[in-house]
Ligand binder design. Structure first.
Ligand code: AMP
Length: 306
């Protein structure tokens, strides 16, 4: 069993109504790795500059994240992203994106990653995501892709090419509408399924996530939290929990994907409690189990029909 994760490793600067962070460690690939490594060993593909702290790489290695596929460009700068959230933490503005090392990133899949069974394509240029799919000699059992509006605006053709080769697409509601050109999320998912993936997950921030497959749909709520401190990385953490559970159980049925999106939602609910990856680094198995039982309570009810 092998799980390969592709995604940005970054410096982020975040402003929320409740506080402001300095330059902290972020990146889609970073969040996915911190989360998925709770479930399965991770083989990471990314690129960082010489300014990325060695201690961060060591911390990931200690979590069973193999960094052989992470290029370190000593004389260049790590990808930087900054964003600002408003009182409604579901929406944010990107203040700045400095691609730096990501600008001309050519991923190289190490030989030791060729046993990849589960491939998580975290948010990155779709051409980079496609290059990883094409370098794998055997098609993985499951390919999951995350993407964002940024790539729809500047690389829609590449995005559609990559989409045609994946099994599961994860996007948020506004991205699903942008990609399909349809306001109805049910119709948007159907349109996206015709573009390649047999499964579509539409994330709705604090309003949960929907999983579509053929004519079936499943809804997972987000846990109502008293305080959301920083939503950055929630989507990536969700992705990490989803793919981590599938890689651990090696079962890609619709039923097991339902469990996987509950696990993704539970992990994402931790991520938002502190700035950056902080909370993901602290949680224990007992914390996760307790949160999963909160989810069971949240959606469990009896009803007498007829
Ligand atoms: P999320 O909140 O789950 O959408 O992910 C936020 C993370 O995505 C941040 O840590 C950013 O560093 C990273 N990110 C933002 N924009 C991009 C981009 N264009 N390409 C790759 N990663 C990005």
């Amino acid at each position: 069993m092998s799980l390969v994760v592709v995604g940005s490793m970054a410096f982020d600067a975040i402003e929320t109504p409740f506080g402001k962070s300095d330059k902290i460690i972020g990146g889609a690939g970073t969040y996915i790795a911190w989360c998925a490594s709770n479930y399965a060993p991770v083989k990471q593909i990314s690129v960082v500059g010489g300014d990325f702290p060695q201690a961060e790489l060591d911390a990931l290695t200690a979590r069973n994240v193999n960094l052989e596929g992470v290029q370190i460009k000593k004389d260049e700068k790590t990808f930087f992203w900054s964003g600002r959230y408003h009182m409604d933490m579901n929406s944010r503005d990107t203040i700045e994106t400095q691609l730096n090392v990501l600008g001309d990133f050519q991923p190289v899949v190490p030989e030791s990653y060729q046993d990849c069974e589960f491939l998580m394509l975290g948010n990155l240029a779709p051409s980079v995501q496609l290059s990883v799919i094409e370098q794998l000699r055997n098609r993985p059992k499951l390919v999951v892709m995350d993407t964002m509006n940024f790539w729809m605006e500047i690389a829609m053709d590449d995005l559609k090419k990559t989409l045609a080769k994946v099994d599961v697409l994860m996007v948020n509601d506004s991205e699903a509408r942008q990609l399909s050109g349809d306001y109805s999320l049910v119709r948007a998912a159907q349109t996206i399924m015709k573009m390649g993936p047999q499964f579509v997950i539409i994330k709705k921030g604090e309003h949960g996530a929907l999983l579509f497959h053929e004519k079936k749909v499943f809804f997972a709520p987000a846990l109502p939290l008293e305080e959301v401190f920083d939503p950055t990385g929630a989507g990536d953490t969700f992705a990490g929990g989803f793919i981590g559970h599938l890689a651990k159980t090696r079962d890609i049925s619709f039923n097991n994907m339902k469990t996987a999106i509950i696990i993704g939602s539970a992990m994402a609910s931790f991520c938002v409690e502190k700035f950056g990856t902080q909370r993901l680094r602290e949680i224990s198995k007992a914390d996760v189990d307790e949160r999963l039982s909160d989810f069971v309570q949240l959606v469990n009810f009896d009803i007498a029909l007829g």
